[in-house]
Design a protein around this ligand. Structure first.
Ligand SMILES: C[S@@+](CC[C@H](N)C(=O)[O-])C[C@H]1O[C@@H](n2cnc3c(N)ncnc32)[C@H](O)[C@@H]1O
Length: 253
């Protein structure tokens, strides 16, 4: 029979090995333990566009269904949101590896693919398979099917390789993440050192922006959530050139 001591050491060894395995696959482990007490979820009264789950006092919005693809691809979008300016502000280079998290129909995926070119990669991450199917059909039609890689993520994990991305872009996505803390932790892990996380959100401070309140965010709220989450991400700037949206840039430290 085994002594209690040898049993304890066996358990510790197993936990250690599991941790090493996880770190190899995802670059994680120590970070898993570091959730600040303030970064907890709370449950409250659900409002019309929300899910009744709150993070740093903000109600998380419902996820937009794949039936909304037509709205994402509306012809007037470029003029309304100046998506052309956003693309320039990202300052991507040929050969970059980027992720379009919550890519939807791939509005930004193919545009970024044209910039990073054949030596680069764009991960198109979605939780809705219907969107991924549509995205890949669109990418093939645009001639970038070899550059854009579809990734089926989960609500907690975009399933991106560790330390792989120069930039991770979320356009109109962060406010509807069911698990913002887990997703941000996983995205930070997927960035290369010095890589950028860019959150584009309709301006919550501006009542003239014609979007439902839960689908907008203020700069202060986004900063509070990223800093309060204890993530290894430093706020760099809010690029203020778009007519309706914040472009909040964080850098992996
Ligand atoms: C309003 S759409 C924006 C689509 C695209 N970024 C665009 O601007 O055209 C938000 C998308 O985020 C996706 N989404 C929500 N939570 C997600 C998560 N945890 N991981 C990946 N995608 C997510 C939804 O499925 C939806 O397609």
């Amino acid at each position: 029979m085994r002594s209690p001591n040898s049993l304890r050491w066996s358990v510790l060894l197993l936990v250690g090995l599991a941790c090493l395995g996880a770190a190899g696959a995802t670059g994680a482990c120590a970070a898993e333990l570091a959730r600040p007490a303030g970064a907890a979820y709370e449950t409250g009264r659900r409002t019309r566009d929300g899910i009744g789950k709150f993070y740093f006092g903000r109600e998380i919005s419902q996820v937009m269904g794949h039936q909304g693809a037509g709205w994402l691809e509306r012809p007037e979008r470029e003029e309304e949101e100046r998506t052309d300016l956003l693309l320039k502000e990202l300052k991507l280079k040929a050969g970059d590896t980027v992720a379009d998290v919550g890519a939807g129909s791939g509005y930004f995926s193919w545009r970024m693919a044209r910039v990073v070119g054949a030596r680069g990669t764009v991960y198109g991450v979605e939780i809705q398979q219907e969107f991924l199917d549509l995205l890949m059909a669109n990418m093939k039609r645009r001639g970038v099917g070899e550059i854009v890689k579809p990734v089926l993520g989960t609500v907690q994990d975009p399933q991106l390789p560790a330390a792989s991305c120069d930039l991770i872009l979320l356009v109109d996505v962060y406010h509807e993440l069911d698990y913002p803390w887990e997703m941000t932790r996983a995205m930070a892990r997927a960035l290369k050192p010095g890589g950028r996380l860019v959150l584009v959100e309709y301006r919550g401070e501006d009542p003239a922006v014609p979007i439902k309140p839960l689908h907008k965010m203020t700069e202060a709220q986004v900063k509070k959530e990223i800093a309060g989450g204890g993530h290894p991400l430093t706020f760099v700037e809010n690029i203020a050139t778009l007519p309706r949206q914040h472009v909040l840039v964080f850098r992996k430290t």
